[in-house]
Ligand binder design. Structure first.
Ligand code: MIC
Ligand code: SF4
Length: 644
């Protein structure tokens, strides 16, 4: 039978015996070849891996990156990095030292392979889909479990074929392609799907360009996005001295997709995502002239060598506008070494760019916050309110071309107004320097390594089995599209608390309702009520773990985002949805509720003691999910399995 790329990879990785036990049709368990973590989710993932009690990772390749928490304003972040390094030595992982680069850029350069499965404790793990890897973002605990050699379960996705024809025009780039996809399907149009690219336009895009597209496919809610592995992929891998890892991979010619999107690259124009959603898209030309105070270039979406080369050549010979702050975070040391070698780094510096670390930086509010009320134009993938570190800043997401043009002009600029587009030259061979990766130790030696734990690394909370009835008050009621940045904010102040759940839980819902943590603890826990697409955005499991610590028992919403839903299950918070979305209106803050979950088979009754009524709730939990929840979460469940 003809197959899509997704079908082919799933077929190769499906774990039959587990697949046979699960609810028919909707869930598959996949063997995971590779894992990645980053430092902000990694500490928790490895604490969990330690708790599972396996002596060494059981994957083909597991890499621990440090790229998020790189500002060192006190001991917390560097202590975490020491912990991660010792864990990597102890358990057989590759360790990427701070300063080496952004996890997704590095993984694409050095490790990702076509046809392999990868899960990463970061929602932009699908970046590796640009090379033909089946790469999925997950919570840290799911990554820990995969490192222990257990399969990863996904809902069998709907496969959306995106047929690319034509060729991008000058000044238009891969970022505009994914913004065009977002313009069409918005921030939840991809939920439950894999976005699979095909068609004659594919070969006109380089691997890093494809990776920009698959990276930001995350913002559609898709499980992942994937490109074929073709001659372009081969050339990229050969240039990275990994030609021996290349395999060809494409969908069969007569395959039928569940849905089809046709996209003519020749018709794409420079686009921008307006505040505060990556799905609020307009042509740049429509709002050009908007005064801009900051341009920030980088992030796992747009920090590759070709991205920064084009920026350098646009800035060459110019000085940024007087009102402008320009920051640049290159994606990796390989990118920087090339920019130095080609002299293009000089163009950036001479134009007035502030060259920051090879890290996430301003994308996650780790420095580089804009000034009050500023308009900040960024090549990043998320512009949620407050994410930059400045609550009243307005963030716009654009391509590197638009960003560079804007930095020069001081107002949002359609780069086509600059005249001729500079041509960039890519090297035939990349500079390979893996000296900031620390290789895994052989098993005999690694067993002796001592784990280094700083005082900010606190043990995991305890997880207890769930009772049949959950009772408590409504602790907060929120709207549609609540992001994990709302639930558990990031930024330079809060991120260093990622390995300290009691401390980080004081910031849950900080921007929406700073009283939430105190109220939740005082009331002995309770319920969260929300709208559609609750928990969109990151993979951070702290958005489930910290509410769990505060006593949240169930989250009742119109619909969930994929990774957050999995994280709630993993930490024993029951994710429920309204059977009739209109019932959302019938519940208010402080209502006293009783939710009879029983064994979580089928629908669930909610008694509202305050309003004296009853409504029906439902869920998408498999039998296994229900079992995990009733045990109190995935950690006690996995531990019990390992003991057996
Ligand atoms: C993000 O872009 O929001 C992050 C920070 O990379 C998160 C992970 C985290 O919160 O640590 C993500 O995308 O998963
Ligand atoms: Fe880092 Fe930003 Fe990418 Fe998240 S989206 S991994 S914070 S660069």
């Amino acid at each position: 039978m003809a197959g899509t790329i997704t079908e082919k990879i799933i077929k190769e990785h499906i774990v039959e015996d587990i697949a046979a036990k699960i609810a028919p049709g909707d869930e598959v368990a996949l063997k995971i070849d590779q894992t990645l973590t980053q430092d902000a989710t990694g500490t928790m993932a490895y604490l969990q891996f330690e708790a599972i009690g396996i002596p060494r990772v059981r994957t083909e390749q597991s890499v621990s990156y440090v790229d998020h928490n790189t500002l060192q304003t006190d001991f917390k972040n560097p202590d975490d990095h020491r912990y991660l390094q010792s864990i990597a030595r102890r358990y057989g992982l590759q360790f990427s030292r701070p300063g080496n680069g952004i996890c997704h850029q590095l993984h694409l350069e050095r490790f990702a392979c076509p046809g392999k499965t990868l899960i990463g404790s970061d929602s932009h793990t699908p970046t590796a889909g640009g090379i033909g890897s089946f790469a999925i973002g997950a919570g840290g605990l799911d990554v820990a479990v995969a490192m222990a050699g257990m399969p990863y379960r996904i809902k069998y996705p709907k496969i959306v074929g995106i047929k690319l024809t034509g060729k991008l025009q000058d000044w238009v780039s891969a970022k505009d392609v994914i913004l065009e996809v977002l313009r069409r399907i918005d921030v939840k149009g991809g939920v439950g799907t894999v976005l699979e690219y095909f068609g004659p336009g594919v070969k006109t895009l380089s691997v890093p360009e494809r990776a920009t597209i698959t990276n930001m496919g995350t913002e559609t809610g898709a499980t992942t996005s994937v490109f074929p592995s073709d001659e372009v992929t081969k050339a990229f891998m050969v240039a990275q001295e990994r030609g021996n890892q290349w395999i060809p991979l494409e969908a069969d010619a007569d395959v039928e997709y569940d849905e089809l999107i046709e996209l003519n690259l020749s018709e794409v124009e420079p686009l921008v995502a307006l505040p505060h959603s990556p799905g609020k898209i307009k042509p740049v030309s429509e709002i050009a002239g908007l005064e801009v105070q900051q341009v920030a270039i980088g992030s796992c979406t747009n920090s590759s060598l070709s991205d920064l080369k084009i920026v350098a050549n646009i800035l060459k010979g110019h000085t940024i506008a007087d009102n402008m702050h320009l920051t640049i975070n290159p994606g990796s040391r390989q990118v920087v070494e090339h920019l130095i070698e080609s002299d293009e780094m000089r163009y950036l510096v001479a134009a007035g760019a502030r060259i920051l670390e090879n890290s996430c930086g301003p994308c996650i509010g780790m420095g580089g916050a804009p000034s009050s009320h500023a308009v900040s134009v960024r090549t990043f993938n998320r512009n949620f309110e407050g994410r930059s570190g400045t609550k009243d800043a307005q963030m716009y997401l654009v391509s590197p071309e638009v960003a560079a043009a804007t930095a020069i002009k001081g107002v949002l600029t359609d780069p086509r107004d600059l005249g001729e587009c500079p041509k960039i030259e890519m090297p035939q061979r990349f500079i390979i320097n893996d000296n900031m990766f620390i290789r895994p130790l052989p098993a005999g030696e690694s067993a002796k390594v001592e784990i280094i734990r700083g005082p900010n690394i606190k043990p995991l909370p305890d997880f207890q089995p769930l009772p049949d009835t959950l009772a408590g008050e409504v602790l907060i009621k929120v709207e549609d599209n609540i992001t994990t940045d709302h639930i558990m904010p990031a930024g330079a102040k809060i991120l260093p608390l990622r390995s300290n759940i009691p401390a980080i839980s004081e910031y849950v819902f900080e921007a929406i309702d700073p009283e939430f943590p105190r109220r939740a603890l005082e009331k002995g826990g309770g319920f969260i009520i929300g709208g559609d697409n609750y928990g969109q955005g990151s993979s951070r499991e702290h958005a489930a773990l910290a509410p769990k610590y505060l006593g949240v028992k169930a989250v009742i919403v119109k619909s969930f985002a994929r990774i957050h839903l999995a994280n709630l299950i993993n930490f024993g918070i029951v994710p429920l949805t309204f059977k009739d979305p209109a019932d959302y209106e019938s519940i208010d803050l402080a209502d006293k509720l009783e939710v009879i979950i029983g064994e979580l088979q089928g629908d669930v009754k909610l008694r509202n003691r305050t309003k004296n009524n009853e409504i029906e709730l439902t869920h998408s939990l498999s039998q296994l999910d229900a079992e995990i929840l009733k045990t109190g979460g995935k950690l006690p469940w996995v531990k019990a399995k390992v003991v057996k």
